[in-house]
Design a protein around this ligand. Structure first.
Ligand SMILES: [Zn+2]
Length: 142
């Protein structure tokens, strides 16, 4: 958040949302030139649902595995794949065997779950471009 562009990216969609949801709070912010911690506001306002978005699959032609990690469906709604790396970073994939889905990060299970939530937060605030978050996040492309 030290980069002023980051603050702008986080604030822009939040402020338009706040204008609809809580115009008094927005007016107070403008009056006092005071901006809240927008990332935390988004996290608190988000409904996370854990549901099946499909198991990890193996492509014999490309020798790659693929699975949906999560999907941001709205600025305040995130689906987490119950069969994805959020809950199992090293699934036993038919055709590929036990496979690590950490994108080469070396993160452990808990850290990677947090990484997924932060990645989706990036979609929620528009950091990764409009519409991108409407698509499921497939690994390893993510
Ligand atoms: Zn993504």
């Amino acid at each position: 958040m030290a980069d002023p562009r980051c603050k702008e990216l986080f604030n822009r969609p939040y402020l338009s949302w706040l204008a609809q949801e809580d115009p008094i709070a927005l007016a107070e912010m403008e009056l006092y030139n005071d901006f809240p911690n927008v990332g935390l506001e988004y996290l608190n306002a988000t409904q996370y649902r854990v549901l099946s978005l499909g198991a990890t699959t193996y492509n014999q032609n490309t020798h790659t595995v693929s699975v949906t990690g999560a999907q941001t469906v709205a600025y305040n709604s995130v689906f987490i794949n119950s069969e994805g790396p959020f809950s199992n970073l090293t699934p036993n994939v038919p055709g590929a065997g036990v496979t690590t889905l950490d994108l080469g990060t070396g993160l452990n299970q808990t850290e990677f779950a947090a990484f997924i939530l932060l990645h989706e937060l990036g979609h929620q605030v528009g950091l990764f471009g409009p519409g991108r978050g409407q698509q499921p996040d497939k690994l390893p492309a993510f």
